[in-house]
Design a protein around this ligand. Structure first.
Ligand SMILES: Cc1ncc(COP(=O)(O)O)c(C=O)c1O
Length: 383
């Protein structure tokens, strides 16, 4: 046997300050009895990384604490977390009700994929609680909403939605990606499941693709099995990087939220900007609700419209190399995106029009740089 495998490094009285990374895809066991003990949950241990690995376990434990959850499962992406949840909790023939303002790929999952598997989905305006109540009159297994919708930042009244869902014997799942557990912990407001795209603010450095699903109910085993069978498991290295990102999450969110609030007000005074969308502003349709729901800020995401449509957006992008056009969010520094051609590319034109996703709409993911740097760069783009 290789000496390096059998004897761990000796650290003497010291211990590494940062956690270890275990890239191993498989673990060696002494015998069949040891394997049985692990599989029967009589002893802790790992066998195969698709089922469980130490870096996912560490990250999940920390995220569960942050979310106020009894259990948390890390998945290979945010979409994998949503798929795991749906596949484990909804049976063929059961219905889902979903917000009609969701991330484009989530809408596609609900509109294209689930009906194909015998799961019909009804889309509802979750800002209209009467409409939600009416939709829940036909039995619905799962109500799916985003705390802060992508991209137009409409806010979900989580407590009211949880009440309506539970009155109708339905589970509430909340995609909390735009808010993060720093601003709100949906489980405390009655949600049954919380989803996060860890790829975004939680990871925080645009170098991981991961997701999270967590809850306080007794469905962890079913979800864990689905994650393993369908192959939605995470990479150890990504989990290791995400755990590093977690340490700075509260301070990153605090700074980025403050920057976003200041930029939203500044942008509203720029002649080239025709509309600013930020829940912290009094002119946002859900400003009051956001004030009750969110703690410590109104988020790091904001949108604004440029009068000249697609051409004006291209010009803006050419003039702001310091604010890269990169179709994601949650990076340490400020980036911009264009929902009409990226996150909502495959959503129909009529749907984009209904939601107000225009060709001139720019989405900013505000970072933690000095405010004057971001403002200076934006000013160049708006000339
Ligand atoms: C609100 C929201 N939920 C889920 C996802 C999917 O996450 P991932 O890209 O990690 O699969 C995204 C991605 O942009 C998102 O914006």
């Amino acid at each position: 046997m290789d000496e390096r495998q059998s004897s761990p490094a000796s650290f003497g009285p010291s211990t590494p300050l940062t956690p270890p990374l275990y890239p191993s895809a498989v673990y060696a066991l002494p015998d069949l009895d040891a394997l049985d003990c692990i599989l029967d949950a009589k002893e802790a241990g790992f066998i195969y990384a698709r089922d469980a690995h130490p870096n996912a376990q560490r990250l999940a434990a920390r995220l569960a604490e942050l979310e106020g959850a009894r259990w948390a499962l890390v998945t290979s992406s945010g979409m994998a977390a949503i798929s795991t949840l749906v596949l484990a909790s909804v049976q063929h023939g059961q219905r889902i009700a979903a917000s009609h303002r969701l991330y484009g790929r989530t809408t596609q999952l609900f509109q294209q994929e689930l009906p194909r598997l015998g799961v019909p989905v009804a889309f509802v305006d979750i800002s209209d609680l009467n409409e939600v109540k009416a939709a829940l009159q036909t039995p619905v297994r799962l109500l799916f909403v985003e705390t802060m919708s992508n991209p137009l930042l409409r806010i979900a009244d989580l407590s009211a939605l949880a009440q309506l869902a539970h009155d109708a014997n339905c589970l509430l799942a909340v995609d909390n990606t735009f808010a993060t557990p720093v601003l709100v912990r949906p489980l405390e407001l009655g949600a049954d499941f919380v989803i996060e795209s860890v790829t975004k603010m939680i990871g925080g450095h645009s170098d991981v693709t991961l997701g999270l699903v967590c809850g306080n109910n007794d469905m962890q085993a079913e979800l864990s099995q689905v994650r393993s069978i369908w192959g939605f498991s995470s990479s150890p290295f990504d989990c290791w990087l995400a755990e590093r990102g977690l340490d700075t999450l509260p301070v990153r969110m605090k700074t980025a939220c403050a920057n976003a609030a200041a930029l939203a007000d500044w942008l509203s005074q720029q002649p080239a900007v025709t509309r600013v969308i930020y829940p912290g502003r009094a002119d946002h349709p859900d400003h009051e609700l956001a004030g009750h729901l969110l703690h410590g800020g109104f988020g790091n995401m904001l949108c604004f419209d440029l009068a000249g449509g697609r051409e004006a957006v291209n010009r803006f992008m050419h003039q702001t190399p310091g604010i890269p056009f990169s179709p994601s969010l949650g990076h340490t520094t400020t980036t911009c995106s264009h929902p009409a051609t990226t996150s909502h590319r495959y959503v129909s034109l009529a749907e984009k029009e209904r939601q107000g996703i225009t060709d001139g709409l720019v989405r900013l993911s505000v970072g933690v740089e000095d405010l004057s740097l971001i403002q200076g760069e934006l000013a160049k783009g708006l000339e």
